[in-house]
Design a protein around this ligand. Structure first.
Ligand code: UN1
Length: 516
């Protein structure tokens, strides 16, 4: 398989100019030092060329403590600000995101390597969640429950929780912050954000916009704080009892550490960890539609979404045709500079991602897999990792298939009965997203039923990636169980009080108890 070289790589200086322009547009004033300026700083790099573009001052652990203190202070004002007034802040953030959509998307492309359309889509996802959260600011409903006692009212009230620590990953460097922040802010919480070390520039740009929104509507400046640096800063958020909810996106390994540490201090966690998403293609499937959906979900974002399609479970009667159509589609996929017109697949984030991909493909071959694609074309730059997406026909779902490799590898397995397909879908330890391609309503409903897919997301005739913000987003098993974004995910960002009000002059006890 050959990759299609679209254009020459831009130079690091071209990209630096673009970053400075985007910073000017969003009003970010953080100093962008030359590479290597601060030995202890955060390098701002780009997978487009593999260069370090700038170095940014790193926050110290003490600065994290200060950020938490400031957010705690802001919370004391914010929690009693009426929710619809809190919504006005998020509405303003949404307006600023509309205004600066192109600038922020340019930074997403430079830092995460996303193609232009997907980078714009990510900013759109932020705008969408802001709109959702503004509506939510008038809909933080509690229930009234029938009391068993006369003259009593039983109800639930939802109150702000406190400071929310948000730890995000490189692959959705801005949208996942927005899911958490827009919802947390209308819920009356304040936020301290630690983004991935790989994406400080987009984070600084978001911070500039939220600070401006806060100043425009007269909200406390510290409703959302940003801390830049490595793992030890994240650990500070994990361990600090002032952080009421820790919302973390990342690997299963990270979640395994974070979850118990937060639980040990009785804090709340919301975990969005690895996925290992499958699509079942049945004999009745519309294959044209299935192929288009599969190629977007498996090769889009260079396989670096947590919702990326990693396993194809094809009925044995359609598997050969499906694989040859996917391989043909992959051959014509424009791979290259993500900012260039027509590119559909950009680079992997770094050398380690490439090594992981090579290692997984080697293991798959050793397990009897037949590999199509997966070659690297460094486009003339050793530090950049442009790879052709790979399709691997596997004789069985071996250990390598059970593992999430964050790269564009699509393992293909075959099945004969739907029970077998569902068992394969559910066999892996992760449980984020899944899909079935079928025109048979019985198959579709079976997949969505209680003994069907065990994932947090189960789709019909749609790929595994690209969820809308209106639904709750998250997954089961090692994916961590958290739900973010739409539906009633807001409840994770609030605390519930059950209130019983006695408006009678008697004191009846529940359960018919008599006392004295
Ligand atoms: C992620 O990859 O961490 O459903 C989030 C999707 C996007 C969000 C992905 N809306 O693919």
């Amino acid at each position: 398989m050959t990759t299609t070289e679209r254009t020459e790589l831009p130079t690091a200086d071209d990209l630096r100019v673009q970053v400075r322009q985007a910073f000017e547009s969003v009003g970010a004033t953080v100093t962008l030092g030359p590479p290597g300026a601060h030995p202890a700083g955060v390098p701002a790099s780009t997978p487009i060329t593999g260069d370090v573009l700038f170095t940014i001052a790193e926050d110290s652990p003490e600065q994290v403590d200060t950020a938490i203190a400031e957010a705690t202070q802001a919370f004391s004002i914010w929690r009693t600000t009426p929710a619809p007034v809190r919504g006005a802040l998020v509405a303003r953030l949404g307006e600023l995101l509309v205004e600066h959509k192109a600038a922020l998307a340019a930074l997403v492309t430079i830092e995460a390597g996303k193609i232009v359309s997907e980078a714009l889509g990510e900013v759109q996802e932020m705008i969408d969640i802001c709109q959702f959260a503004v509506g939510l600011s008038r809909q933080l409903y509690g229930r009234t429950i029938a009391s068993e006692r006369p003259g009593h009212r039983l109800m639930e009230t939802w109150h702000p929780l406190g400071v929310v620590g948000v730890i995000t990953a490189f692959n959705f460097p801005v949208a996942v912050w927005a899911w958490n922040t827009a919802v947390a802010l209308v819920c009356g919480d304040t936020v301290v954000w630690k983004p991935s070390e790989l994406t400080p520039l987009t984070a600084i740009a978001c911070q500039a916009l939220i600070e401006r929104a806060a100043s425009d509507v007269g909200a406390p400046a510290s409703v959302s704080r940003l801390v830049l640096g490595g793992r030890e800063l994240g650990e500070r958020l994990v361990d600090d009892p002032r952080v009421a909810l820790l919302s973390a996106t990342g690997s299963v390994r990270m979640g395994r550490e974070v979850g118990p540490r937060v639980a040990a201090r009785f804090g709340k966690v919301l975990l969005e960890l690895g996925g290992n998403n499958a699509a079942v293609v049945t004999p009745s499937a519309d294959l044209d539609l299935a192929v288009r959906a599969i190629v977007f979900s498996a090769a889009g974002t260079a396989g670096q979404r947590c919702t990326t399609l990693r396993r194809l479970i094809a009925h044995s009667s359609v598997a050969d045709e499906l694989v040859s159509r996917i391989v043909a589609a992959y051959r014509s996929l424009p791979i290259g500079v993500p900012g260039a017109d027509g590119t559909l697949v950009g680079p992997l984030i770094h050398a380690r991602a490439y090594r992981d991909m090579v290692g997984a493909l080697d293991q798959a071959r050793a397990d009897g897999g037949e590999v199509f694609g997966g070659e690297r074309n460094d486009m003339g730059d050793e530090a950049a990792y442009y790879v052709a997406p790979a399709v691997v026909r596997m004789p069985a779902q071996t250990a390598v298939v059970h593992n999430e490799t964050f790269a564009p590898i699509l393992y293909v397995l075959t099945y004969d009965s739907l029970d077998e397909a569902i068992a394969l879908n559910n066999e892996v330890p992760q449980g984020l997203s899944s899909a079935i391609f079928t025109t048979d309503v019985r198959e579709a409903e079976r997949f969505l039923g209680a003994d069907g897919s065990d994932c947090g997301i189960a789709n019909v005739n749609i790929g595994t990636s690209g969820a809308e913000i209106g639904g709750a987003f998250g997954g089961e098993k090692q994916t961590g169980g958290g739900r973010e974004s739409g539906s009633d995910a807001w409840k994770a960002y609030m605390r519930r009080a059950t209130n019983t009000v006695n408006y009678s002059s008697e004191l009846p006890l529940a359960q018919g108890v008599h006392f004295g």
